[in-house]
Design a protein around this ligand. Sequence first.
Ligand SMILES: [Zn+2]
Length: 321
Amino acid sequence: MDRRQIIVGAMGAAHRAHLQFNVDTTDRVDVFSVLRSTQADVFFRPMKSVCGAYVPSEGPLPAMLINSNMPLSRQRYTAAHELGHVYMQHRTVSLDREVGIIFEARTDLDEQEVAAEALAAFFLMPKPLVMKSIRDLHIQVNELNPADAYLLALKMGTSYLATVNQIHTLKLISWSRAEKLRSVPPKLIKQELNNTEGVGRHDIWVIDEHWNGQNIFPAPEDTVRIELHETPTSGYSWLWTEKPDGLTVLEDGYREDDEGIGGSRVREFVAQINSDAHPAVISLQRRREWESEAKASPEFKVGVFPQQLRNTGPLVPPRLN
Ligand SMILES: [Zn+2]
């Protein structure tokens, strides 16, 4: 089989896997819950040089290993890659040093690895999800810039590089734009989004009006930056209707509106996800401080679903007899 045939085959397999595991292809894909239902033996542990590994078995239960040292988005991609090996019933051991890298450009992969990489991309980033995410965030995809690509990746729960690759595979951006985006390190994008302050290996979720009604899935210690427009002369200001537990507000201030339309400014709340955070809701309303909530604007609401990172241990604890 040539490379194209392998990729088309893996796309079909990803589609069948979505149907089989009842995956909503317009929403962020919960790959770990799919892995749970495959009954494969999945184990997490910190490792130095591999992303993951797949060990087929004679019996019905293959095993896989995921490097817990990697950021969540790369663990999810590795999980989808190993799911590819399981789902396509690959018969040989795979030691995966690099997954979700620029896979179109890599020619050293054997058939099995090309198929697993393609399945991972289409399983985590099916076209309906990519298109919906682009619409939700009001992104001009043909002019995709690094910050928007980064936020799109966060929304889908995938890494920056894997996202850029998939958007190019789906022919939504040209090769030259993809190359330009790939040349920008995510670290730099994060610094810019966080006013030159680094967040290390953690992510920075910049959520504005477009995120209203949506959910976010941050890892512990991720930064959430809420940016909402207001017009100072109106006397209306964004106020918390409910400050969620599990979120520590570090800053509450204003900055000039870059677009500077009609004397508006941007209200900024910067918060950090606590390590023991539970699902919660960010909820704000624009109102006058002295007026009742009845006169307030419709609420700005974003669901927060903190993701727990595992260090060492199985995905599903073994049953003790
Ligand atoms: Zn592999």
